[in-house]
Design a protein around this ligand. Structure first.
Ligand code: DGL
Length: 263
């Protein structure tokens, strides 16, 4: 699996908990992070490079694109180019969102790149569910999380402004369509109010991975549920900070991080 950085570790956590016997290689492209403000073509090319690396060097049986931006930019291309199943976070997130809504007014918040790509708008339309969707880009949220500032007055003020469109749309379910946003759940929840359900795609993505592994017969069956999967973490940026921040987000499984340098 891969993400632009360490935000996808929320998906890794869900996967490790659900499928403890599976081996996992997590690639965090922190050397080229963030993806959100970049042109979609650049993000697509990054995603292609990382997927090739995972398939060719690590011989993976499935690739999880644990990044909303990369899923929006590259999922179709990756599926076309590789034989192994490629799972993104957008469809699982949309499924969870549609399950959560009662009043059929739903919201998605994400980076500028993801919202502008139209990927969520298309994914919701493809379900043909009779819902009204309001999207809002939230530039600045990722940077606050990076600084560890998830509950400050400043992030609260920014959230008030950026979340205004989804609030005014009267949504009762809001998908956090960026890997970093679950860390702002407290602030976002405060601004949206207690009647709005915040939805994250991590668990639903893990369920989708399990179904595909089951359906394709690729699931690892130790038969004992011993939780002996090996977990490997690779970062294209500063390994020490990945270990420090990533360890805080994921937990004890993240003890070693391998450095990777793009040529
Ligand atoms: N991983 C990105 C996403 O989920 C957020 C961070 C970034 O912009 O690279 O959209």
């Amino acid at each position: 699996m891969f993400d632009s950085g360490f935000g996808g570790l929320t998906v890794a956590r869900a996967l490790i908990d659900l499928l403890p016997d599976e081996d996992l290689v997590y690639f965090g492209d922190t050397g080229r992070y963030p993806y959100g403000p970049r042109p979609l073509e650049d993000v697509r090319e990054f995603a292609r490079q990382i997927t090739r690396l995972l398939v060719e060097r690590h011989d993976v049986k499935m690739v999880v694109v644990a990044c909303n931006n990369a899923s929006a930019a590259a999922l179709d291309t990756l599926r076309f180019e590789h034989e192994v199943p490629v799972v993104g976070v957008i469809d699982p997130g949309v499924r969870a969102l549609l399950t959560a809504t009662r009043n059929r007014r739903v919201g998605v918040i994400a980076t500028v790149g993801t919202v502008a790509s139209g990927a969520y708008q298309r994914a919701v339309a493809a379900t043909r569910a009779p819902v009204h969707l309001q999207c809002a880009a939230c530039p600045g949220f990722v940077e606050f999380v990076e600084r560890g500032e998830t509950d400050s007055e400043d992030v609260h003020v920014l959230a008030e402004r950026l979340l205004a469109p989804v609030r005014e749309a009267g949504v009762d379910a809001l998908l956090l369509g960026c890997t970093h946003y679950p860390f702002l759940a407290h602030t976002i929840g405060d601004v949206m109010g207690r009647d709005v359900v915040l939805v994250s795609s991590a668990d639903e993505t893990a369920f989708e991975v399990r179904s595909i592994l089951d359906e394709t017969g690729l699931v690892r069956r130790s038969g004992r549920g011993t939780g002996k999967g090996r977990h490997m973490f690779v970062s294209s940026g500063d390994v020490e900070s990945f270990k420090r921040l990533g360890g805080r987000l994921l937990g004890p499984e993240l003890d070693e991080v391998e450095a990777f340098t793009w040529d």
